[in-house]
Design a protein. Structure first.
Lengths: 110, 121
């Protein structure tokens, strides 16, 4: 059974204070690891798809990396508008179903 | 690209009535659409997977007669909550997986709608 564990559950940063979110996973035959951002009362917004260990992707202040056991979402010099819940999910095997972690609630204070 | 819409965005209904929620992929064709339910401060729970023209596959514990799913075309799926009761109140979110990888649109990725908040009185 696929499993995803995200840490920390909540993270509070000052504006400009860089940090990383962790996503540990176990999956049979990784098809993809996905990062989403979710604002309160809205659906998840797609950020990145990573396919294999060693892969990295960047978008503005965010950078996602992948190893065989975990993924990191690095946030460089965050701004208050980066405050949201960040969700990690994996898809494996022969279907395209996603297994989600519980998310990390990020709060960036001005 | 990868825009998914849901309608309505919120709905209030009386106990015993049925509610239909639409999910549309606006700028791509979706081979598969997924329906999720999310409770406050919890992650997404997959309810069912639907493929165009075939019956939906429901997750364990999800009542198929309570939550009717129709995937009539490559851009539209509907979820009908039949005889809704207060315990069905929740945030329902759909996602769509593109038929093919094209440009920035990835075939393995699910793109989510904005969600529908259902309140059953």
């Amino acid at each position: 059974e696929d499993q995803v564990t995200q840490s920390p559950e909540a993270l509070r940063l000052q504006e400009g204070e860089s940090s990383s979110l962790n996503c540990s996973y176990t999956v049979s035959g990784l098809r993809g690891l996905f990062w989403y951002r979710q604002d309160p009362g809205k659906g998840p917004e797609f950020l990145f798809t990573l396919y294999s260990a060693g892969e990295e992707k960047e978008k503005e202040r965010l950078k996602a990396t992948l190893t065989k056991k975990e993924s990191f979402l690095h946030i460089t010099a965050p701004k208050p508008e980066d405050s949201a819940t960040y969700l990690c999910a994996v898809s494996g095997g022969s279907n395209y179903k996603l297994t989600f972690g519980k998310g990390t609630l990020l709060t960036v204070n001005p | 690209g990868a825009v998914v819409s849901q309608h309505p965005s919120w709905v209030i209904c009386k106990s015993g009535t049925s509610v239909k929620i639409e999910c549309r992929s606006l700028d791509f064709q979706a081979t598969t659409m997924f329906w999720y339910r999310q409770f406050p401060k919890q992650s997404l729970m997959l309810m069912a997977t639907s493929n165009e023209g075939s019956k939906a596959t429901y997750e364990q514990g999800v009542e198929k007669d309570k939550f009717l799913i129709n995937h009539a075309s490559l851009t539209l799926s509907t979820l009908t909550v039949t005889s809704a009761h207060p315990e069905d109140s929740s945030f329902y979110i759909c996602s769509a997986r593109p038929l093919r990888t094209s440009g920035l649109l990835k075939g393995e990725t699910q793109y989510f709608g904005p969600g529908t908040r259902l309140l059953v009185l």
